[in-house]
Write a protein that binds this ligand. Sequence first.
Ligand code: AKG
Ligand code: FE2
Length: 261
Amino acid sequence: MAPSIDVRALVRAAKTRESEVTSTSERHDRFFPDGFVDTTLDDDGCGVASEKSIPIATVDGLSYEREWLGERDADELERALLASPSSWWTSWSNARRVMNAGGNAPSQLFRGEEDLKHFPAYLRALMRAMVNRKTSDAEPNHVLVNEYESRGGITPHSDGAVYAEDVSILTLRGTALIEFWPSEGEITGRPIASVLLEPRSVLTYKGTAYRLRHGIRETDADVVTEETANARALGLNPGARVERNPRGRVSVVFVRKRTVV
Ligand SMILES: O=C(O)CCC(=O)C(=O)O
Ligand SMILES: [Fe+2]
């Protein structure tokens, strides 16, 4: 006798799957209803790293691009990311909290579609844009968001061995000075280089630059120095003070974790 099939149970299971998919996509479709409206998501056609990206001459592998994202998309992205489920967020200090997209732990190896299926569609689009626009060498597979209070910062650190040496930081809200320090030893004196991160910019650090430590001071205002690689492009001289945004800072970090084999 042929095994009996519980058709009702199959239909119920299919409906449950469908409603799970719908609830995830509904959550994401609240944002970017018309997709990205003022950002280039594709290769600009020149086949090389975006012409707008400035390599930082003093550090191999460090580059900075202004206005990577359009204004309207930046606003929408900030709204969307800050509305992520509370279970995706962790507070690191009272001045900084971190969101791991999809609720995936950064220390865990990348599990392919198993991890990506939890990502909102707009993040997948940005991850693809990172490689299409030659910002990253290969497609990022993990995204973290940092939200800092106005004075907040992050102690100098290296992002470590869990990621490929190819990280891009998109700043959405607030300006802050990021400083690069030698990979070892006491942090004293002046940094090797610093970059003033503006809203809508992308900073990329690869290879040598990845192996340095980077940090952001806790302060009310950053001070531009001789080492600030993009000061001139921003019309600032050493000694210029750049006040922090009273509303704090939001940055989005695109990384590539190693894959489960
Ligand atoms: O917020 C930033 O720009 C830097 C963040 C960072 O270094 C990190 O999340 O590892
Ligand atoms: Fe970092």
